[in-house]
Design a protein around this ligand. Structure first.
Ligand code: LCS
Length: 388
């Protein structure tokens, strides 16, 4: 099946009434046929359902669908993107291990590593992963994992997936990719040889800004066997209703991203030519430092744009305070256009020096382009820029 057909049909199962959609099994627990059946479910002799934190038919359906979209072995649905991050850190790293990661990752993915996991003897180094030489330089004898976010939130810096896998293979490292900014419609890291891929499904996969969720996709059984029990024991499982919402949202993923990136291309062009804008980072613009790589590795430039105004943060605040159609809000990947300021919002807990080194300037404004009429978004930006 093609990607859009998978969105509609993968993971579907037939229930007794012929429902056209996946039923929501809103139950915490499942009745056993008898005591022996209960024991068999626990021993693994039967694959019957036991308890929703362990397994649930609605969640199974979503997991099958997403594993299929990412060309993975299996998927593990979790309560949030941060639930995915922590399941991966806890499941794959041990005391004394070291991780190399992208310097401009989503703030909390870095904060939890530097502030919490350091207490348990896990070390980390954050580098500009656009240059593979920086990754190689950061590798130590105890390095276990390469954790890449590409494009990175919010700088739109792009890492070369093929190069990252090559380096990891040479050094015997596990590769993890945060694919939230792309979704499998634009990029499938497992096809490049990545071991683990994850998403905040809160964003493009669900796409309607109405639930928080996450998912981890593994390349093989060995990794699934490490991560699934960790998720279950951490207790960061997805809820059946949440899973249903994601299945529903996913059906239009191709259509939503196609429209949003058409809009984004026009908006990025408008911003780049605006006299009050000092720079724009969008993978669809030739001015993006990794434009060639983006064309090679992504099926399209996506719907996220970062830019800075000539007046720096004060000008950025005036813009954010004056937009009317665009929502001043964090999160991204929904049908509505959002604008936010990473240095004071999503990345405010990352110290200023690390932010500067990662290119998250105080004047950077991040834009998540929605599927409204593009003329309305540009009119809104234009009237707000007039006030700057
Ligand atoms: N990874 C990336 C790239 C993200 O952008 C986020 C959330 C997460 C992981 C964590 O996912 P969550 O637990 O929120 O589902 N990013 C946000 C953002 O840029 N604004 O608000 C949340």
């Amino acid at each position: 099946m093609g990607f859009s057909s998978k969105l509609i049909h993968s993971g579907m199962f037939e229930d007794q009434f012929g429902s056209a959609t996946v039923p929501i099994y809103q139950t915490s627990t499942f009745k056993f046929n008898n005591a022996d059946h209960g024991a068999a479910c626990f021993s693994g002799a039967s694959d019957g359902y036991i308890y929703t934190r362990l397994k649930n038919p609605t969640i199974d359906s979503l997991e099958k669908l997403i594993a299929d979209l990412e060309n993975g072995y299996r998927a593990i649905a979790v309560s949030s993107g941060m639930g995915a991050v922590n399941t991966i850190y806890m499941g794959l790293l041990s005391q004394g291990d070291h991780m190399v990661s992208t310097d401009a990752v989503y703030g909390p993915s870095r904060i939890v590593m530097e502030k919490q996991y350091s207490k348990f003897g896990i070390e980390s180094t954050y580098v500009d992963t656009t240059d593979p030489a920086n990754i190689i330089k950061a590798i130590r004898p105890n390095t276990k994992m390469l954790y890449i976010e590409t494009p990175a939130n919010p700088t739109m810096a792009i890492a070369d997936l093929e190069q990252v896998v090559k380096i990891a293979r040479e050094h015997g490292l596990i590769t993890v990719s945060d694919n939230t900014f792309c979704s499998p419609f634009l990029q499938r890291p497992i096809d490049y040889g990545f071991d683990v891929v994850f998403h905040s499904v809160t964003k493009f996969l669900n796409g309607h800004a109405d639930i928080v969720g996450g998912v981890i996709i593994t390349k093989n059984k060995e990794l699934d066997d490490l991560l699934r029990p960790m998720m279950i024991n951490l207790g960061c499982n997805m809820d059946p209703h949440q899973a249903y919402m994601v299945i529903r949202g996913l059906k239009t993923l191709s259509l939503r991203i196609e429209r949003a990136q058409q809009n984004a291309m026009k908006i990025a062009g408008f911003l780049e030519n605006h006299p009050k804008v000092s720079w724009v980072r969008y993978p669809g613009l030739k001015s993006h430092p990794q434009y060639e790589l983006a064309c090679r590795q992504m099926a399209g430039p996506g719907a996220m744009i970062s830019f800075e105004l000539k007046g720096g943060i004060e000008a950025g605040k005036t813009l954010m305070d004056n937009v009317q159609l665009c929502l001043l809000a964090v999160s991204l990947g929904g049908v509505e256009t959002l604008i936010q300021h990473p240095a004071s919002m999503t990345h405010s807990k990352v110290d200023q020096k690390s932010r500067e080194l990662a290119g998250i300037t105080n004047g950077l404004v991040r834009f998540s382009v929605g599927i409204e009429d593009v003329e309305d978004i540009i009119d809104d930006l234009s009237q707000a820029l007039d006030k700057v």
